[in-house]
Design a protein around this ligand. Structure first.
Ligand code: C5P
Length: 244
């Protein structure tokens, strides 16, 4: 009997492919950048930082959905909705919270059930290359529970109290941490459920570490720097000019 003569077997039901959601906490005031609109809405090359960051995530082939945590209050949410209205792709907006940690948790709670991989990406890292996004997703897809991009530290780092040096930290063991950070969704959800709202973490991987779960690193990128100070904005303008 040839293969074609076998009674037709019902094709095995394939599980629906899991999707990748990117959360963009963008609710910070950005006081270190000076007075003005919330940091994510400050302009770089004529576009808000947030729009640069969301465009990159949309351009990343592996990202299916982007959820932005906007500055809390109806004005912030409406403003961000307007900014994202003309972008392609599936973008959604939720109101952010009082801390970065809370902003991420609020967005995480709204993700559709079929998103099993979650990226968290600071709006302030406006010039992050698409390739870095793909590298982080690739590492999570390969089995890592949590993945962060890191760069070696070039300055000597010292711990101080007031103006007194306490110790010099061994620089060879230190890494500067960037975003996007990538997670298996269930691990990130557990980490946020266990997080202390009164001592919020400055990144999501820190919450995973607190659960004693492994966090892996991939090489970061100089252009994924966080735009925090007026000098960072000048640097970002220069990077953008060179790209254009
Ligand atoms: O303050 P920091 O530079 O660590 O902020 C990193 C990111 O977290 C920024 O994109 C900022 O908009 C966001 N954030 C937030 N909600 C807050 C504070 C910060 O979404 N309450």
């Amino acid at each position: 009997m040839s293969i074609s003569e076998h009674p037709a077997a019902a094709p095995a039901a394939r599980p629906a492919p899991s999707r990748v959601a990117a959360i963009v906490p963008a609710a910070g005031k950005g006081e270190r950048l000076g007075p003005g609109v919330p940091k994510a809405l400050r302009e770089l090359g004529g576009l808000p930082l947030l729009v640069h960051a969301v465009r990159t995530l949309i351009a990343a082939p592996s990202v299916d959905l982007v959820v932005v945590a906007a500055p809390p209050g109806p004005e912030g949410v409406t403003r961000v909705q307007q900014l994202l209205a003309d972008l392609p792709g599936d973008t959604r907006v939720v109101a952010g919270g009082a801390s970065r940690q809370e902003s991420v948790a609020l967005a995480l709670a709204t993700l559709p059930a079929d998103c099993s991989v979650v990226l968290v990406h600071d709006a302030a890292r406006a010039l992050t290359p698409v390739d870095l996004v793909e590298a982080v997703v690739g590492a999570v897809r390969s089995g890592a529970e949590a993945v962060i991009p890191v760069l070696p530290v070039t300055d000597t780092i010292k711990a101080v109290e007031g103006d007194l040096v306490i110790e010099t930290v061994d620089r060879s063991r230190l890494r500067a941490v960037q975003t996007p950070q990538g997670f298996q969704r269930d691990v990130l959800a557990q980490a946020h459920a266990a997080a202390d709202p009164y001592a919020p973490a400055t990144d999501d991987a820190g919450l995973v570490e607190a659960l004693s779960r492994p966090v892996r690193t991939v090489p970061g990128h100089a252009e994924a720097f966080k735009i925090t100070t007026p000098f960072d904005l000048i640097l970002a303008e220069a990077v953008l000019r060179r790209r254009r």
